[in-house]
Write a protein that binds this ligand. Structure first.
Ligand code: HPA
Length: 278
């Protein structure tokens, strides 16, 4: 049975977070695998471990520390998720997206998401950054959507539009910032599957055929909840490894974490520039 999260539970979590912080964040940032060190650049940081917040799922994966880091980046008040929770850890869609609901109730109106992803597009190399211009929600198509169950009308509409899941103005801003820093920004479609097993070569050829440029195990549930809640969304995939459509190489978690390390400084420059431009 899908574990549902109620508005009361969301607000109990919000109350605990509010009681611990002095900032009023309006930008949410979710850091993907291996990208956690970006949280070190938050100034006047206040930190709350997920384990201290009621109803929060706790991450069990190496490379995913679990805490909100709340403070300032480039004079913007941000609420950063250092580590996210994944569907493959056994939590429900509603549980893994609870942090985004907490952000929404705290007043966050803009969400920047990042992830480590396998590069499916033939031009993508480990260490590259892809601006996410759209996604394919296979999990949702097969019945795992975080908005399943009774709609929380206070938070958003029953049937939210997804025609512009990734905000066009924010995408333009990210393109300008990347250009100013001489960072080559790929663009493409992110494909989310559940994991935790990586894809077979046949899986990957299928994904390529249906229009996926990068593949990973996160982000899409969070973006759906953010859009349901009326937030503007900007998303980046750090290409941590090249997906092997012919089965000639293996993919490991260590490779993913190592690839993300190369991406981190580029992503930090882009995120800082976006903060200045907002
Ligand atoms: N496949 C799925 N998820 C991933 C990958 C991959 O190759 N790399 C990083 N996350």
């Amino acid at each position: 049975m899908e574990k549902i999260i109620t508005l009361t539970q969301i607000d109990e979590a919000v109350q605990v977070v509010r009681s611990r912080i002095t900032h009023t964040p309006h930008i949410g940032i979710i850091l993907g695998s291996g990208l956690n060190t970006l949280a070190d650049s938050v100034q006047d940081a206040e930190r709350i471990a997920y384990g201290e917040i009621p109803h929060f799922p706790v991450s069990t994966v190496v490379g995913h520390t679990g805490a909100f880091v709340i403070g300032n980046i480039e004079s913007q008040s941000v609420m950063m998720m250092q580590g996210r929770i994944h569907f493959y850890e056994g939590y429900s869609m509603a549980q893994i997206t609870l942090p985004v609901r907490v952000m929404q109730r705290m007043g966050v109106d803009t969400l920047i998401v990042s992830n480590a992803a396998g590069g499916i597009h033939p031009d993508f190399k480990p260490g590259d950054v892809m601006l996410i211009t759209d996604h394919i929600n296979l999990l949702g198509m097969t019945g795992s959507n975080p908005l399943m169950g009774q709609n929380l009308d206070e938070l958003g509409p029953r049937f939210p539009d997804m025609s512009q899941a990734y905000d066009r103005e924010l995408c333009d801003l990210a393109r300008r910032v990347a250009g100013q820093h001489g960072i080559h920004l790929h663009e493409g479609v992110y494909f989310c599957l559940s994991g935790p097993s990586f894809e077979t070569p046949a899986d990957l050829r299928f994904l390529r055929a249906i229009g996926a440029d990068a593949v990973g195990m996160s982000t899409v549930p969070e973006v759906i909840v953010a859009r349901h809640g009326g937030m503007r969304v900007l998303g980046f995939s750090g290409i941590s490894n090249k997906a092997s459509l012919d089965g000639s190489s293996v993919t490991t978690h260590e490779e993913v974490i190592e690839g993300s390390r190369i991406v981190t400084p580029k992503l930090e420059k882009i995120i800082r520039g976006v903060m200045r431009g907002l």
